[in-house]
Structures are given as C-alpha cells and as structure tokens.
Design a protein around this ligand. Structure first.
Ligand SMILES: [Zn+2]
Length: 271
C-alpha cells in the first residue's frame, strides 16, 4: 500500500488522550508509519503552536505550522479575545529568525483564516489576525494553511491582497470556480474526510475538478474522520480512505494520488 503525506493535523488535541496510549502510541505504531510518510501538525494559537513544534522535534515524520486560528483569536468557545498587536508581534519574533524556524521544523504559518459559522463573530478582529499573519508569511516567505468556513468571498478577496503569498485552502468547501481561480494563482487545495461523506456530492464534484498537480491530502485529525470511521477519533492512518476516494474521482490509482500529492507537498512546503 502506498504512503501518504497528511498536510493538516492537530496532534496536540486533547481528544487523542481518549485513544489507548494517546497520540504517541499511534505515532510509534508500525502500520501507521507504513501508511503515513509525513505530517504537518498545525497550531491554532501560540500555546498549542509551541506544543506542535515540540512534537515535530520528537517525531522525525512530523513538521509544524504555527499560527492563530480565527476562533482562537476571538477567544472561543468561552474566553477573552486575543490582542492582535501583542500576539502578532510574539509570532513575528518567533518565526522571523530563519535558524529558529529550521530548528523548530516550521514549514508554514497556520492555521489562519476566517470563520463565519460560529456566532458571535468579530469580523474586524478575525480580519486583523488574518491579514497580519498573511503579512508575516509574505515577509518570511512561508506558505500558509487557510481555514475558510462560510467566508469564501472574504477569504478569497483577502488572499488576493497578498499576491506574494502561496499556500493551501484546507478542508476545501468553496466552489469549483473559486478553486480554479486559486489554482491559477498557484494555490493548492486540500481535501479531508468530508470528501467521503455520503451526502457530500458537491465536495466530490469540486474535488474532481481540481487538477492533480494542485491537490493535497489532509485529515484535520482528530476531527472529520472519513467513512467508514465517521464520528470516531480521526488520525493520519485513516488517510487511505480519503486518497482512495480522490483516486476514484480522478480515475487514477491510489499510487498515483500518493505520488502527485507527495510532489505537491514538496513543492509547497519543502521547496
Ligand atoms: Zn484544522
């Protein structure tokens, strides 16, 4: 069976503690290691970004992305909103040092973006964090991991303001037209477990339309487990279910999906 690179996971999440032996048992498991060629462990705030880095240093197959997710920026589910100035200057101090980035195995700024699903939303605050981090990514030359939930128009318009930045729209839920415009500008589109969900006809249609050379694989674990594990704790070892669906949609073999997504991962994160 081919191996796959998981470009979006959250191994610091407390949910992994519910598995016997936790995330570490999983990451040491021989079957898991045969299936998974690499993982990007994506932070959603400064604290868990530090844990993402610690884990990346511990596991050779793991890399880290550091950043502030729009929900974390708003202090959700029940906390106080973060201050953009102090938080973003701390992030800048961390990632602007190339040697430290290399030591910390930081390959992207993320997860960042806009989320108009959860109420109440503070659009100006989300925007300040999103734009501030796109600016940091542009200055240091790192790709970004984009979270866009029910905010397609604003997310698209915002990334267009930073033509020097590239990255991936993770867990893509936008239209085929928007995907086409993003691909034209050198962006990548990642699909996870949703593409296997029974009623996700539209996501499958969009996934089939994205050219193979701009497609990436992800799990977003511990959430969004693919069918037939839907509702359970997700992990990168379940990624073949996602790859096999994408293979079917594109009329190619899973080996081909493994090969092209590995190439795309290399191009974007390890140039
Ligand atoms: Zn995520």
């Amino acid at each position: 069976m081919p191996a796959y690179f998981d470009t979006h996971a959250h191994y610091f999440d407390r949910k992994f503690a519910e598995l016997p032996g936790g995330a570490s048992a999983l990451l040491h498991d021989p079957d898991f290691r045969r299936t998974v060629s690499g993982i990007i462990n994506a932070g959603t705030n400064l604290e868990n970004s530090r844990i993402a880095v610690q884990m990346a240093k511990e596991y050779p197959l793991m890399y880290a992305a550091v950043g502030i997710h729009p929900e974390d920026a708003q202090g959700m589910p029940q906390g106080t909103p973060l201050d953009p100035d102090t938080t973003l200057s701390a992030l800048w101090d961390w990632v602007s040092d190339a040697e430290r980035r290399r030591q910390d195995k930081i390959v992207a700024i993320g997860e960042i973006g806009l989320d108009y699903y959860w109420e109440p939303m503070d659009k100006p605050l989300q925007k300040a964090f999103f734009e501030g981090q796109l600016e940091i990514a542009e200055r240091v030359g790192l790709p970004v991991l984009i979270h866009d939930r029910e905010a397609h128009g604003d997310t698209f318009e915002t990334v267009l303001k930073y033509p020097g930045v590239r990255g991936v729209f993770h867990g893509y839920s936008g239209s085929a037209e928007m995907a086409k415009e993003l691909v034209k500008r050198g962006w990548f589109i990642a699909f996870g477990g949703t593409v296997t969900f029974k009623n996700a006809h539209r996501v499958r249609e969009v996934a089939a339309s994205v050219p193979l050379d701009h497609l990436l694989l992800e799990t977003d674990c511990p959430y969004m487990a693919p069918v037939p594990h839907r509702g359970k704790i997700n992990h990168s070892g379940l990624i073949p279910h996602i790859a096999e669906m994408l293979a079917e949609l594109h009329g190619v073999s899973p080996e081909e999906i493994s090969r092209v997504t590995a190439q795309n991962t290399q191009r974007l994160f390890f140039p």
